[in-house]
Write a protein that binds this ligand. Structure first.
Ligand code: F0G
Length: 443
């Protein structure tokens, strides 16, 4: 690697296709075979230790692209020629926490939680969106679009506003958490609530992007995934460039899973890490087409679920776009796919909360998944495990309040039922009387 930018090109992600396109082209799928694209680089060799030191030095810099937890690592996502085109909100820089209650709950000696919910708009999407919107800026786009279960729309709306671009977000009506919807509205996006699922919204926006000048910023956009690679790069830096045994991530549209595999491969090939950790993708039972695919004898065709259902609305997806890239990641990392129930997600979320950390429901699928994988012996008690918490607790306050009040309801098709909730924390009602409160609380 060199500090001057290596050649970046869009390459088809299919192993059997060698099509390549200049990165200046507005293209989302290979014109020859229809598969997704990757941003590929003609890496220059430079000792990894030198680049790591440069990453560290940038932490004391005042420049926006050095302070960003994505662009600080720009040698590993070198597709922007002119740094003036970068659109950043100081994303990344997210903490990694030891979490003792979550460890005990999931059957481990220790566990670490990398909290992507501590991003500027409260989710990991900011890592990807700074990259996607910066590329939109390079391309001269004036309007951007996405389908979303909520977080992508919040993030895209914010970055588009920073870049003075119009933003169109397509969301499934009634299935986006209130925190996320409030963000997209406040950041000035045009919000289109579709009578249908995320997958319907995705299909429509893909077609629109081909017919109009809207620049598509879903994770099928390969530049988004370049930004999301920084989640892994930053994690490895935080771990002293020593890969853990396991990385755990929730799976929805499978963009993160795909980005993580690309990051791990590149870090390993370029000598930044000595081994590749195993990846576990966790899905919600009612929206687990990738789990079904991975555990079937024929992995060549994903059978989509037209009626995905989970209270973890972020991952309420039945037809994940990046499933082939995600399979590539699982092959690279000797990975596994697990699925967890609504009750398991809800309790795991409450335990993460008790650690003083908290997250949104989809993120808690990770700890629920670890518990399941330790019970079945796939993960060992003393394995080193990092869960990626993808979104902030405040994204979905209604879910949390309902859980603690014993009012969280789930309809799995067989009728509505209450999620039991083993870790409820009911508020105490009291008269406005100090002595009565003391008596009630025994303090
Ligand atoms: N966790 C959260 C909080 C998410 O918002 C998402 C995806 C995922 C996990 C799944 O990640 O799609 O990369 O497998 N949210 C998208 C959205 C779909 O529109 O905000 P994935």
């Amino acid at each position: 690697m060199n500090t001057s930018r290596p050649l970046a090109i869009l390459g088809c992600s299919s192993e059997s296709c060698s099509a390549r396109y200049p990165i200046e082209e507005r293209i989302y799928l290979c014109r020859q075979c229809g598969e997704l694209l990757d941003v590929d680089y003609d890496w220059r060799s430079e000792p990894a230790a030198d680049v790591k030191q440069r990453f560290l030095n940038r932490r004391t810099s005042g420049r926006a692209e050095d302070r960003s937890g994505v662009w600080r690592y720009r040698e590993l996502l070198p597709f922007i020629e002119d740094s003036a085109k970068i659109v950043t909100l100081g994303e990344g820089n997210t903490p990694i926490y030891e979490a003792s209650r979550s460890a005990e709950y999931s059957g481990l000696d220790s566990i670490r939680l990398k909290h992507q919910g501590m991003n500027p708009t409260g989710s990991f999407k900011d890592n990807g969106m700074t990259a996607g919107v910066s590329q939109a800026n390079v391309l001269g786009a004036t309007a951007v679009a996405c389908a979303s279960t909520g977080n992508t729309s919040a993030s895209m709306a914010a970055y588009a506003a920073r870049a003075n671009m119009r933003a169109y977000v397509f969301i499934p009506a009634g299935h986006v958490a209130s925190g996320k919807l409030s963000q997209a509205l406040d950041y000035g996006a045009t919000v289109i609530e579709i009578e249908g699922s995320f997958d319907d919204a995705m299909r429509i926006v893909r077609e629109l992007a081909l017919e109009t000048d809207l620049y598509l910023l879903n994770s099928m956009n390969p530049f988004r995934l370049e930004g999301q690679k920084a989640i892994i790069i930053e994690m490895m830096e935080q771990l002293g460039w020593l890969a853990p045994d396991w990385i755990i991530v929730p799976g929805g549209n499978l963009g993160n899973t795909s980005a993580f595999g690309k990051a791990l491969k590149e870090l390993h090939d370029l000598g930044f890490i000595g081994r590749i950790p195993r990846l576990a993708v966790i899905q919600a039972e009612g929206a687990s087409p990738f789990f079904s695919l991975f555990n079937s004898s024929d992995r060549s065709r994903l059978i989509s679920n037209p009626h995905p259902s989970t209270l973890a609305t972020a991952i309420r997806i039945g037809n994940p776009v990046s499933w082939k890239k995600a399979l590539r990641t699982l092959a690279l990392t000797d990975g596994v796919v697990e699925r967890v129930t609504e009750d398991e997600i809800a309790d795991a979320k409450a335990v993460i909360g008790r650690d003083g950390i908290g997250c949104e429901p989809a993120s808690a699928a990770t700890v629920a998944g670890v518990k399941k994988l330790t019970s079945s012996g796939k993960i060992g008690r003393d394995d080193s495990v990092v869960c990626v918490l993808t979104g902030n607790l405040l994204k979905d306050p209604d879910y949390t309040v309902d859980y603690h009040k014993g009012a969280l309801k789930f309809d799995d098709g067989a009728g509505e039922r209450l999620v039991p909730g083993s870790f409820r924390n009911l508020p105490v009602h009291a008269a406005a009387d100090k002595q009565a409160i003391r008596n009630k609380l025994g303090i």
